[in-house]
Ligand binder design. Sequence first.
Ligand code: URP
Ligand code: ZN
Ligand code: ZN
Length: 460
Amino acid sequence: MSLLIKNGRVITATDDYVADVFIVGEKIAAIGAGLPVKADEEIDATGMLIFPGGIDPHVHLEMPFMGTYSSDTHETGTRAALFGGTTTVIDFVLQTQGRSLHEALGEWNKRAHNTTFGDYSFHMAVTDFNETTRKEIKEMIEEEGITSFKTFMAYKGALMIDDRQMIGLMEEVKKQGGLVTVHATNGDMIDYLVQKNREEGNLSPLYHYLSQPEVTEAEASERFIDMLDYTGCPGYIVHMTCEGALNAVRNATKRNQHLFVETCIQYLLLDASLYEKNFEGAKWVMSPPLREKKDQKALWSGINQGLVNVVATDHCPFMWEQKKMGEKDFSKIPNGHPAIENRMELLYSEGVAAGKITLNKFVEVACTNPAKIFGMFPRKGTVAPGSDADIVIFDPNKKHKLSAKTHHMNVDYSGYEGWEVTGKVKSVLLRGKVAVDNDECKIEKGYGQFVKREKVSGKI
Ligand code: URP
Ligand code: ZN
Ligand code: ZN
Protein backbone atom coordinates (compact mmCIF):
# COMPACT_ATOMS: atom_id res chain seq x y z
CA MET A 1 0.00 0.00 0.00
CA SER A 2 1.38 3.43 -0.93
CA LEU A 3 0.15 6.94 -0.25
CA LEU A 4 1.19 10.33 -1.60
CA ILE A 5 0.57 13.49 0.44
CA LYS A 6 0.82 16.25 -2.12
CA ASN A 7 1.94 19.81 -1.82
CA GLY A 8 1.92 20.28 1.96
CA ARG A 9 4.21 22.57 3.94
CA VAL A 10 6.60 20.15 5.66
CA ILE A 11 7.80 21.28 9.08
CA THR A 12 10.50 19.52 11.07
CA ALA A 13 12.56 20.78 14.01
CA THR A 14 14.91 22.39 11.50
CA ASP A 15 13.20 22.68 8.10
CA ASP A 16 10.19 24.34 6.50
CA TYR A 17 9.46 23.69 2.80
CA VAL A 18 6.65 22.71 0.42
CA ALA A 19 6.89 19.13 -0.90
CA ASP A 20 5.18 15.81 -1.54
CA VAL A 21 5.60 12.98 0.96
CA PHE A 22 5.56 9.46 -0.45
CA ILE A 23 4.71 6.64 1.94
CA VAL A 24 5.18 2.94 1.27
CA GLY A 25 3.77 0.58 3.87
CA GLU A 26 4.55 1.95 7.34
CA LYS A 27 7.48 4.17 6.34
CA ILE A 28 8.21 7.42 4.57
CA ALA A 29 9.91 6.43 1.31
CA ALA A 30 10.69 9.82 -0.29
CA ILE A 31 10.10 13.55 0.10
CA GLY A 32 10.45 16.14 -2.65
CA ALA A 33 8.68 18.73 -4.77
CA GLY A 34 6.56 17.20 -7.57
CA LEU A 35 7.62 13.60 -6.86
CA PRO A 36 7.27 11.49 -10.05
CA VAL A 37 5.60 8.53 -8.33
CA LYS A 38 2.35 6.66 -8.70
CA ALA A 39 0.62 5.90 -5.39
CA ASP A 40 -2.39 3.78 -4.47
CA GLU A 41 -3.94 6.83 -2.77
CA GLU A 42 -3.35 10.56 -2.82
CA ILE A 43 -4.15 13.31 -0.32
CA ASP A 44 -4.06 16.94 -1.43
CA ALA A 45 -2.46 18.92 1.41
CA THR A 46 -2.27 22.32 -0.31
CA GLY A 47 -2.35 25.05 2.35
CA MET A 48 -1.85 22.51 5.14
CA LEU A 49 1.08 21.98 7.49
CA ILE A 50 2.68 18.53 7.56
CA PHE A 51 4.49 17.72 10.78
CA PRO A 52 5.56 14.58 12.65
CA GLY A 53 3.05 12.80 14.87
CA GLY A 54 3.26 14.28 18.35
CA ILE A 55 4.98 12.36 21.13
CA ASP A 56 3.65 12.88 24.64
CA PRO A 57 6.21 11.34 27.00
CA HIS A 58 4.18 11.92 30.17
CA VAL A 59 0.76 10.30 30.46
CA HIS A 60 -0.93 8.20 33.14
CA LEU A 61 -3.46 5.76 31.68
CA GLU A 62 -5.63 3.68 34.01
CA MET A 63 -3.15 4.41 36.78
CA PRO A 64 -3.97 3.34 40.34
CA PHE A 65 -3.53 6.56 42.32
CA MET A 66 -4.91 8.12 45.52
CA GLY A 67 -7.50 5.39 46.03
CA THR A 68 -8.85 5.35 42.48
CA TYR A 69 -7.74 4.96 38.84
CA SER A 70 -7.14 7.67 36.22
CA SER A 71 -10.20 7.56 33.98
CA ASP A 72 -8.63 7.14 30.52
CA THR A 73 -7.59 3.59 29.71
CA HIS A 74 -4.88 2.68 27.21
CA GLU A 75 -7.69 2.33 24.71
CA THR A 76 -9.54 5.62 25.29
CA GLY A 77 -6.40 7.63 26.05
CA THR A 78 -4.44 6.68 22.94
CA ARG A 79 -7.54 7.20 20.78
CA ALA A 80 -8.07 10.70 22.20
CA ALA A 81 -4.36 11.40 21.70
CA LEU A 82 -4.68 10.58 17.99
CA PHE A 83 -7.58 13.03 17.58
CA GLY A 84 -5.23 15.70 18.90
CA GLY A 85 -2.29 14.75 16.67
CA THR A 86 -0.31 12.70 19.20
CA THR A 87 0.64 9.35 17.71
CA THR A 88 2.93 7.99 20.45
CA VAL A 89 2.66 8.25 24.22
CA ILE A 90 4.90 7.11 27.06
CA ASP A 91 2.90 5.85 30.02
CA PHE A 92 4.19 4.99 33.51
CA VAL A 93 4.44 1.50 34.99
CA LEU A 94 4.36 1.82 38.80
CA GLN A 95 6.36 -0.66 40.86
CA THR A 96 4.49 -1.69 44.01
CA GLN A 97 6.79 -1.29 47.02
CA GLY A 98 8.07 -4.74 48.05
CA ARG A 99 7.44 -6.20 44.57
CA SER A 100 9.58 -6.49 41.45
CA LEU A 101 9.72 -4.31 38.35
CA HIS A 102 8.85 -7.35 36.22
CA GLU A 103 5.63 -7.95 38.16
CA ALA A 104 4.56 -4.35 37.59
CA LEU A 105 5.44 -4.52 33.89
CA GLY A 106 3.38 -7.71 33.56
CA GLU A 107 0.31 -5.88 34.88
CA TRP A 108 0.73 -2.90 32.55
CA ASN A 109 1.39 -5.17 29.57
CA LYS A 110 -1.92 -6.88 30.21
CA ARG A 111 -3.75 -3.53 30.16
CA ALA A 112 -2.05 -2.14 27.06
CA HIS A 113 -1.45 -5.19 24.87
CA ASN A 114 -3.89 -5.24 21.94
CA THR A 115 -5.98 -2.43 23.39
CA THR A 116 -4.29 0.75 22.17
CA PHE A 117 -5.14 2.80 19.10
CA GLY A 118 -1.86 4.72 19.13
CA ASP A 119 1.75 3.62 19.62
CA TYR A 120 3.05 3.59 23.17
CA SER A 121 6.01 2.91 25.39
CA PHE A 122 6.54 2.74 29.14
CA HIS A 123 8.72 4.48 31.70
CA MET A 124 9.39 2.27 34.72
CA ALA A 125 8.59 4.08 38.00
CA VAL A 126 10.93 2.79 40.70
CA THR A 127 9.27 3.22 44.08
CA ASP A 128 11.47 0.74 45.99
CA PHE A 129 15.12 0.58 44.97
CA ASN A 130 16.84 -2.43 46.51
CA GLU A 131 19.25 -5.18 45.40
CA THR A 132 16.53 -7.04 43.45
CA THR A 133 15.50 -3.88 41.67
CA ARG A 134 19.13 -3.11 40.86
CA LYS A 135 19.44 -6.39 38.95
CA GLU A 136 16.27 -5.70 36.99
CA ILE A 137 17.48 -2.38 35.54
CA LYS A 138 19.72 -4.05 32.94
CA GLU A 139 16.94 -6.45 31.93
CA MET A 140 14.46 -3.60 31.55
CA ILE A 141 16.85 -1.75 29.24
CA GLU A 142 18.24 -4.65 27.22
CA GLU A 143 15.31 -7.03 27.04
CA GLU A 144 12.23 -4.83 27.37
CA GLY A 145 13.40 -1.63 25.65
CA ILE A 146 12.42 0.42 28.70
CA THR A 147 15.29 2.84 29.14
CA SER A 148 13.86 5.53 31.46
CA PHE A 149 13.31 5.13 35.20
CA LYS A 150 10.89 7.47 36.95
CA THR A 151 11.36 8.55 40.54
CA PHE A 152 9.21 10.56 42.91
CA MET A 153 10.80 12.88 45.47
CA ALA A 154 7.24 13.53 46.74
CA TYR A 155 4.04 11.59 47.57
CA LYS A 156 5.51 10.62 50.93
CA GLY A 157 4.28 7.27 52.18
CA ALA A 158 3.18 6.19 48.69
CA LEU A 159 5.59 6.62 45.77
CA MET A 160 8.44 8.65 47.26
CA ILE A 161 11.99 7.33 47.47
CA ASP A 162 14.75 8.83 49.61
CA ASP A 163 18.08 10.25 48.43
CA ARG A 164 19.92 7.05 49.36
CA GLN A 165 17.78 5.06 46.93
CA MET A 166 18.02 7.83 44.34
CA ILE A 167 21.82 7.78 44.30
CA GLY A 168 21.89 3.97 44.05
CA LEU A 169 19.43 4.01 41.18
CA MET A 170 21.36 6.73 39.33
CA GLU A 171 24.60 4.76 39.58
CA GLU A 172 22.99 1.63 38.17
CA VAL A 173 21.02 3.39 35.42
CA LYS A 174 24.13 5.27 34.27
CA LYS A 175 26.05 1.98 34.11
CA GLN A 176 23.36 0.33 31.98
CA GLY A 177 22.73 3.20 29.53
CA GLY A 178 19.44 4.62 30.77
CA LEU A 179 17.97 7.85 32.07
CA VAL A 180 16.50 8.77 35.47
CA THR A 181 13.42 10.98 35.39
CA VAL A 182 11.97 12.72 38.39
CA HIS A 183 8.95 14.36 39.95
CA ALA A 184 11.08 16.93 41.76
CA THR A 185 9.35 18.43 44.75
CA ASN A 186 10.33 18.18 48.42
CA GLY A 187 8.02 15.47 49.78
CA ASP A 188 8.79 16.07 53.46
CA MET A 189 8.11 19.78 53.27
CA ILE A 190 4.87 19.23 51.37
CA ASP A 191 3.78 16.56 53.84
CA TYR A 192 4.36 19.02 56.69
CA LEU A 193 2.45 21.84 55.00
CA VAL A 194 -0.49 19.60 54.03
CA GLN A 195 -0.75 18.37 57.61
CA LYS A 196 -0.55 21.89 59.01
CA ASN A 197 -3.27 23.21 56.69
CA ARG A 198 -5.58 20.32 57.48
CA GLU A 199 -5.10 20.83 61.24
CA GLU A 200 -5.91 24.51 60.84
CA GLY A 201 -9.12 23.67 58.95
CA ASN A 202 -7.83 25.00 55.61
CA LEU A 203 -9.45 22.36 53.41
CA SER A 204 -10.35 23.93 50.05
CA PRO A 205 -8.43 23.31 46.78
CA LEU A 206 -6.59 26.61 47.29
CA TYR A 207 -4.64 24.93 50.10
CA HIS A 208 -3.38 22.27 47.70
CA TYR A 209 -1.61 25.14 45.97
CA LEU A 210 -0.47 26.78 49.21
CA SER A 211 0.97 23.48 50.49
CA GLN A 212 3.36 23.22 47.53
CA PRO A 213 5.12 26.61 47.29
CA GLU A 214 7.72 27.26 44.61
CA VAL A 215 10.59 26.60 47.01
CA THR A 216 9.53 22.93 47.36
CA GLU A 217 10.13 22.46 43.65
CA ALA A 218 13.23 24.67 43.35
CA GLU A 219 14.95 22.88 46.24
CA ALA A 220 14.18 19.36 45.01
CA SER A 221 15.15 20.19 41.42
CA GLU A 222 18.50 21.53 42.56
CA ARG A 223 19.09 18.49 44.80
CA PHE A 224 18.24 16.10 41.96
CA ILE A 225 20.53 18.00 39.58
CA ASP A 226 23.39 17.88 42.11
CA MET A 227 22.94 14.12 42.55
CA LEU A 228 22.97 13.70 38.77
CA ASP A 229 26.16 15.72 38.57
CA TYR A 230 27.79 13.60 41.27
CA THR A 231 26.84 10.28 39.67
CA GLY A 232 27.21 11.40 36.02
CA CYS A 233 23.81 9.91 35.21
CA PRO A 234 21.65 11.52 32.49
CA GLY A 235 18.44 12.94 33.92
CA TYR A 236 15.07 14.43 33.01
CA ILE A 237 12.87 16.57 35.22
CA VAL A 238 9.18 16.10 34.47
CA HIS A 239 6.48 18.75 34.71
CA MET A 240 8.64 21.74 35.67
CA THR A 241 6.43 24.68 36.60
CA CYS A 242 8.44 27.56 37.99
CA GLU A 243 11.20 30.12 37.70
CA GLY A 244 13.02 28.89 40.82
CA ALA A 245 13.44 25.37 39.44
CA LEU A 246 14.46 26.72 36.06
CA ASN A 247 17.24 28.73 37.70
CA ALA A 248 18.68 25.48 39.04
CA VAL A 249 18.69 24.16 35.46
CA ARG A 250 20.47 27.30 34.28
CA ASN A 251 23.26 26.53 36.77
CA ALA A 252 23.47 22.95 35.55
CA THR A 253 24.13 24.14 32.01
CA LYS A 254 27.35 25.75 33.31
CA ARG A 255 28.48 22.26 34.36
CA ASN A 256 27.53 20.83 30.96
CA GLN A 257 25.28 18.26 32.62
CA HIS A 258 23.24 15.70 30.74
CA LEU A 259 19.95 17.11 31.94
CA PHE A 260 16.64 17.53 30.15
CA VAL A 261 13.57 19.44 31.24
CA GLU A 262 9.90 18.99 30.50
CA THR A 263 7.09 21.37 31.20
CA CYS A 264 3.44 20.69 30.50
CA ILE A 265 0.96 22.66 28.46
CA GLN A 266 -1.10 23.66 31.52
CA TYR A 267 1.86 25.34 33.23
CA LEU A 268 2.38 27.51 30.15
CA LEU A 269 -1.25 28.56 29.87
CA LEU A 270 -3.06 28.41 33.22
CA ASP A 271 -2.29 30.04 36.54
CA ALA A 272 -3.05 29.66 40.25
CA SER A 273 -5.95 32.13 40.22
CA LEU A 274 -8.08 29.11 39.18
CA TYR A 275 -7.77 27.77 42.73
CA GLU A 276 -9.84 30.72 43.97
CA LYS A 277 -13.00 29.22 42.40
CA ASN A 278 -13.89 27.25 45.54
CA PHE A 279 -14.36 23.52 44.82
CA GLU A 280 -14.35 24.04 41.04
CA GLY A 281 -10.60 24.60 41.54
CA ALA A 282 -10.36 20.81 42.00
CA LYS A 283 -10.37 20.53 38.18
CA TRP A 284 -6.83 21.89 38.28
CA VAL A 285 -5.60 20.12 41.40
CA MET A 286 -2.42 18.53 40.16
CA SER A 287 1.12 18.24 41.47
CA PRO A 288 3.03 20.48 41.22
CA PRO A 289 0.16 23.00 41.20
CA LEU A 290 -0.38 25.77 38.67
CA ARG A 291 1.85 28.75 39.43
CA GLU A 292 2.02 32.48 38.70
CA LYS A 293 2.09 34.53 35.51
CA LYS A 294 5.80 35.26 36.09
CA ASP A 295 6.45 31.48 35.98
CA GLN A 296 4.62 31.13 32.67
CA LYS A 297 6.87 33.85 31.28
CA ALA A 298 9.97 32.07 32.59
CA LEU A 299 8.85 28.77 31.02
CA TRP A 300 8.15 30.28 27.59
CA SER A 301 11.58 31.94 27.68
CA GLY A 302 13.07 28.67 28.89
CA ILE A 303 11.70 26.97 25.76
CA ASN A 304 13.27 29.57 23.51
CA GLN A 305 16.55 29.46 25.41
CA GLY A 306 16.74 25.67 25.05
CA LEU A 307 16.49 25.12 28.83
CA VAL A 308 13.06 23.51 28.51
CA ASN A 309 13.27 20.71 25.97
CA VAL A 310 9.81 19.13 25.97
CA VAL A 311 6.18 20.18 26.32
CA ALA A 312 4.13 17.21 27.56
CA THR A 313 0.78 16.92 29.38
CA ASP A 314 1.09 14.76 32.51
CA HIS A 315 -2.36 13.62 31.34
CA CYS A 316 -3.97 12.08 34.44
CA PRO A 317 -7.73 12.56 34.16
CA PHE A 318 -10.35 11.93 36.82
CA MET A 319 -14.12 12.18 36.45
CA TRP A 320 -15.78 14.93 38.47
CA GLU A 321 -17.26 12.30 40.78
CA GLN A 322 -13.70 11.12 41.50
CA LYS A 323 -12.51 14.68 42.15
CA LYS A 324 -15.35 14.95 44.68
CA MET A 325 -13.53 12.43 46.88
CA GLY A 326 -11.78 15.56 48.17
CA GLU A 327 -14.83 17.82 48.59
CA LYS A 328 -14.21 18.12 52.32
CA ASP A 329 -10.39 17.85 52.24
CA PHE A 330 -8.10 19.03 49.44
CA SER A 331 -5.53 16.31 50.26
CA LYS A 332 -8.02 13.65 49.07
CA ILE A 333 -8.65 15.19 45.63
CA PRO A 334 -7.03 12.83 43.09
CA ASN A 335 -4.19 14.83 41.56
CA GLY A 336 -4.24 15.23 37.79
CA HIS A 337 -5.60 17.03 34.76
CA PRO A 338 -6.74 15.94 31.26
CA ALA A 339 -4.86 17.27 28.19
CA ILE A 340 -3.64 14.36 26.02
CA GLU A 341 -5.98 15.48 23.19
CA ASN A 342 -5.41 19.22 23.55
CA ARG A 343 -1.62 19.57 23.82
CA MET A 344 -0.69 19.99 20.15
CA GLU A 345 -3.53 22.34 19.24
CA LEU A 346 -3.05 24.45 22.37
CA LEU A 347 0.70 24.69 21.86
CA TYR A 348 0.24 25.64 18.22
CA SER A 349 -2.46 28.21 19.00
CA GLU A 350 -1.00 29.82 22.12
CA GLY A 351 2.63 29.29 21.12
CA VAL A 352 3.01 29.54 17.34
CA ALA A 353 -0.08 31.51 16.30
CA ALA A 354 0.36 33.84 19.29
CA GLY A 355 3.96 34.51 18.22
CA LYS A 356 5.71 33.06 21.28
CA ILE A 357 7.58 30.22 19.53
CA THR A 358 8.44 29.30 15.94
CA LEU A 359 6.93 26.41 14.03
CA ASN A 360 10.28 24.62 14.17
CA LYS A 361 10.42 25.02 17.95
CA PHE A 362 6.86 23.67 18.17
CA VAL A 363 7.92 20.48 16.37
CA GLU A 364 11.14 20.26 18.38
CA VAL A 365 9.46 20.32 21.82
CA ALA A 366 6.31 18.36 20.94
CA CYS A 367 7.76 15.68 18.64
CA THR A 368 11.51 15.58 18.00
CA ASN A 369 13.05 16.11 21.43
CA PRO A 370 10.85 13.51 23.15
CA ALA A 371 11.91 11.02 20.46
CA LYS A 372 15.60 11.89 20.81
CA ILE A 373 15.71 12.01 24.61
CA PHE A 374 13.85 8.72 25.01
CA GLY A 375 15.60 6.66 22.34
CA MET A 376 13.03 6.63 19.51
CA PHE A 377 14.70 8.96 16.99
CA PRO A 378 14.75 8.94 13.95
CA ARG A 379 12.14 6.20 13.81
CA LYS A 380 9.73 8.64 15.47
CA GLY A 381 9.70 12.43 15.90
CA THR A 382 10.52 13.64 12.40
CA VAL A 383 9.37 13.64 8.80
CA ALA A 384 12.22 12.03 6.88
CA PRO A 385 12.81 9.08 4.52
CA GLY A 386 13.08 5.89 6.57
CA SER A 387 11.07 7.22 9.52
CA ASP A 388 7.71 5.78 10.53
CA ALA A 389 4.99 7.54 8.57
CA ASP A 390 3.48 9.16 11.68
CA ILE A 391 2.21 12.40 10.21
CA VAL A 392 -0.17 15.19 11.14
CA ILE A 393 -1.92 17.16 8.41
CA PHE A 394 -2.84 20.40 10.12
CA ASP A 395 -5.03 23.32 9.09
CA PRO A 396 -3.19 26.33 10.56
CA ASN A 397 -6.07 28.79 10.18
CA LYS A 398 -9.12 26.86 11.28
CA LYS A 399 -10.58 28.17 14.54
CA HIS A 400 -12.55 25.92 16.88
CA LYS A 401 -13.61 25.60 20.51
CA LEU A 402 -12.41 23.06 23.06
CA SER A 403 -15.11 21.42 25.11
CA ALA A 404 -15.91 18.30 27.12
CA LYS A 405 -18.98 17.97 24.86
CA THR A 406 -16.79 17.27 21.85
CA HIS A 407 -13.51 15.88 23.18
CA HIS A 408 -12.69 12.16 23.08
CA MET A 409 -10.97 11.83 26.46
CA ASN A 410 -12.86 9.75 29.01
CA VAL A 411 -13.46 12.60 31.41
CA ASP A 412 -16.58 14.69 31.92
CA TYR A 413 -15.01 18.16 32.09
CA SER A 414 -12.36 20.11 30.23
CA GLY A 415 -9.71 22.25 31.84
CA TYR A 416 -10.11 24.52 28.80
CA GLU A 417 -13.91 24.62 28.37
CA GLY A 418 -14.91 27.12 25.69
CA TRP A 419 -11.36 28.15 24.76
CA GLU A 420 -11.17 29.16 21.11
CA VAL A 421 -7.98 27.92 19.47
CA THR A 422 -6.46 28.68 16.09
CA GLY A 423 -5.32 25.64 14.10
CA LYS A 424 -6.88 22.19 13.90
CA VAL A 425 -5.75 18.64 13.25
CA LYS A 426 -7.26 17.61 9.90
CA SER A 427 -5.82 14.11 9.44
CA VAL A 428 -3.39 11.89 11.32
CA LEU A 429 -1.38 9.01 9.91
CA LEU A 430 0.09 6.35 12.15
CA ARG A 431 2.68 4.09 10.51
CA GLY A 432 1.29 4.88 7.08
CA LYS A 433 -2.36 4.32 7.89
CA VAL A 434 -4.91 7.14 8.08
CA ALA A 435 -5.87 6.95 11.75
CA VAL A 436 -7.99 10.10 12.02
CA ASP A 437 -9.61 12.04 9.22
CA ASN A 438 -11.85 15.07 9.70
CA ASP A 439 -12.78 14.13 13.26
CA GLU A 440 -13.39 10.45 12.49
CA CYS A 441 -11.28 7.59 13.79
CA LYS A 442 -10.37 5.23 10.93
CA ILE A 443 -8.43 2.51 12.73
CA GLU A 444 -9.37 -0.26 15.12
CA LYS A 445 -8.38 -0.80 18.71
CA GLY A 446 -5.19 -2.88 18.80
CA TYR A 447 -3.51 -1.10 15.88
CA GLY A 448 -1.17 0.66 18.33
CA GLN A 449 2.17 -1.01 18.97
CA PHE A 450 4.61 -1.06 21.84
CA VAL A 451 7.77 0.88 20.91
CA LYS A 452 10.95 -0.72 22.22
CA ARG A 453 13.38 2.09 22.91
CA GLU A 454 17.16 2.34 22.44
CA LYS A 455 19.72 3.07 25.14
CA VAL A 456 20.03 6.81 25.66
CA SER A 457 23.08 8.97 25.08
CA GLY A 458 22.07 11.87 27.35
CA LYS A 459 22.63 14.22 24.39
CA ILE A 460 20.28 15.65 21.77
O1 URP B 1 -1.02 15.68 39.59
C1 URP B 1 -0.37 14.89 38.95
N1 URP B 1 0.71 15.31 38.37
N2 URP B 1 -0.79 13.60 38.82
C2 URP B 1 -0.12 12.54 38.21
C3 URP B 1 1.03 12.01 38.99
C4 URP B 1 2.26 12.86 38.83
O2 URP B 1 2.75 13.39 39.82
O3 URP B 1 2.76 13.02 37.74
ZN1 ZN C 1 4.51 14.05 39.05
ZN1 ZN D 1 2.81 12.50 35.96
